[in-house]
Design a protein around this ligand. Structure first.
Ligand code: NDP
Ligand code: 2IT
Length: 449
């Protein structure tokens, strides 16, 4: 329950229209809670129905994705694209391919993307898509046939100035390549309709690294400004071993930290000497193998079954980079007991509300996903700019822009929290700073959506 009547009414409407969609409701509740002082200070928001509008997607497309496996058997998956908000730019957000994908998951991700994209300061609206297709264990040809079928429908709804999808869980360079090829074949046009493309056909340097690097730039600035500290000499635990986790590990190490644990959905590895990232990249990026393989290649490393145990590994900085709700209250308490000083969310909504409250009450510096992992989509927007110019910046040009963007996001979130009496609460600050720009654009454009 909120103090504001208006917020209670809006949330009750969301609950009634989206029954049982727990991830989506969780994401909406957190944002509304942060907006309490903003709504109080600005009656125009209620007068113009801004919150009622912002919690309802502008458009949702759910579709059948039929494909044929290597044995000639027909399969059917469900495809999703939720075009949530276009007030400040074309819909922008990734495509998740994972068996757990459903409407609730895609809507929570699309909703968060509105505020994250606004925080980047670049002109991108919020959207998200995906499918319950599982690329794991499929051959390249099966993945290609799925991607072609998925794009055959999706192509009717996207475009370089309309909606620009990208990668997320299960969607990496291989999947983006197949989808881009199919879009081009259907439309006969070479445009920046997807980001995260390969470097030979319009991809941006540093996009692959951007989410993980950006996360570490954000956490470094947070440590510096709020604790006069840095990654130097810190022990770091990173969950996941996919795109975000690998490049978070790389940058945390470059900044002087030592990453001692990583995971996948089966279990986690601990290497007290510091994880050898070349070995992880070989297993995960080249062989598409399991993290457990690491202990067969690196002496002294240990493997443990189950993924939540990783949060019992003692560390100074925790970077959850796998999936939503991977840190519950119990895991948060284990981290706190072991002396964690900072948590940076690389994944989207990896901490449950109870875990977030536990960190904040214990005085742990907490960098929320919308702000801390915005480097990926920010660099996607830089890829869109380069595609429009038909030009490419160097790695160091893109990386420098990324770093500036992340430092600015930290200060904007920090200042917004302070302005509304929530000093140091970056969850509130990120939600407020992200919201203000979108709300302003919606007010200016009238009741357009
Ligand atoms: P990848 O598919 O590259 O990697 C995902 C990693 O998380 C894998 O190690 C995977 O293990 C693990 N994982 C996935 N689901 C679960 C689960 N249910 N339980 C435990 N582990 C799980 O995805 P990304 O690295 O791209 O994405 C990771 C997170 O970061 C997601 O929350 C995503 O939304 C977010 N993100 C991604 C961005 C990007 O640019 N890619 C940008 C901003 C946020 P396994 O191999 O066993 O499935
Ligand atoms: O969650 C995210 O921000 C992403 N998966 C990246 C989206 C993008 O468009 O680059």
């Amino acid at each position: 329950m909120f103090k504001s009547e208006y917020l209670n009414r809006v949330y009750a409407g969301v609950e009634a229209r989206n029954p049982g969609e727990k991830e989506f409701l969780q994401a909406v509740y957190e944002v509304l809670e942060s907006l309490e002082p903003v709504v109080e200070a600005n009656p125009r928001l209620e007068e113009n129905g801004i919150l009622e509008r912002i919690v309802e997607p502008e458009r949702q497309i759910f579709f059948r994705v039929p494909w044929v496996d290597d044995n000639g058997k027909v399969h059917v998956n469900r495809g999703f694209r939720v075009q949530f908000n276009s007030a400040i730019g074309p819909y922008k957000g990734g495509i998740r391919l994972h068996p757990s994908v459903n409407a609730s998951v895609i809507k929570f991700l699309g909703f968060e993307q509105i505020f994250k994209n606004s925080l980047t300061s670049l002109p991108i609206g919020g959207g998200k898509g995906g499918s319950d297709f599982d690329p794991k264990g499929k051959s390249d040809m099966e993945v290609m046939r799925f991607c072609q079928s998925f794009m055959t429908e999706l192509s009717k709804h996207i475009g370089a100035d309309t909606d620009v999808p990208a990668g997320d869980i299960g969607t990496g360079a291989r999947e983006i390549g197949f989808m881009y090829g199919q879009y081009k074949r259907l439309r006969n046009e070479f445009t920046g309709v997807l980001t995260g493309k390969g470097l030979t056909y319009g991809g941006s340097l540093a996009r692959k690294e951007a989410t993980g690097f950006g996360l570490c730039y954000f956490v470094e600035e947070m440590l510096n400004c709020m604790k006069n500290d840095s990654f130097k000499g810190k022990t770091v635990v990173v969950s996941g071993s996919g795109n975000v986790a690998i490049y978070a590990n790389q940058k945390a190490t470059e900044l002087g930290g030592k990453v001692i644990a990583m995971s996948d959905s089966n279990g986690y590895i601990v290497d007290k000497n510091g994880i050898n990232l070349d070995v992880v990249k070989q297993i995960k990026e080249v062989e598409r193998g399991r993290i457990k393989e690491y202990v067969n290649r690196v002496k002294g490393a240990e493997y443990f079954e189950g993924c939540s145990g990783i949060w019992t590994v003692k560390c100074d900085v925790a970077l959850p980079c796998a999936t939503q709700n991977e840190i519950n209250e119990e895991s948060a308490k284990a981290l706190i007991k072991n002396g964690v000083i900072a948590v940076g969310e690389g994944a989207n909504m990896p901490s449950t509300p109870e875990a977030v409250a536990a960190f904040q009450n214990a005085g742990v510096l907490f960098a929320p996903a919308k702000a801390a992992n915005a480097g990926g989509v920010a660099t996607s927007a830089l890829e869109m700019s380069q595609n429009s110019m038909r030009y490419s910046w160097t790695f160091s040009e893109v990386d420098a822009k990324l770093k500036t963007i992340m430092v600015n996001i930290f200060h904007n979130a920090y200042n917004a929290a302070e302005k509304y009496g929530k000093k140091g609460n970056l969850v509130a600050g990120a939600n407020i700073a992200g919201f203000e720009k979108v709300a302003d654009a919606m007010l200016a454009q009238g009741v357009a959506y």
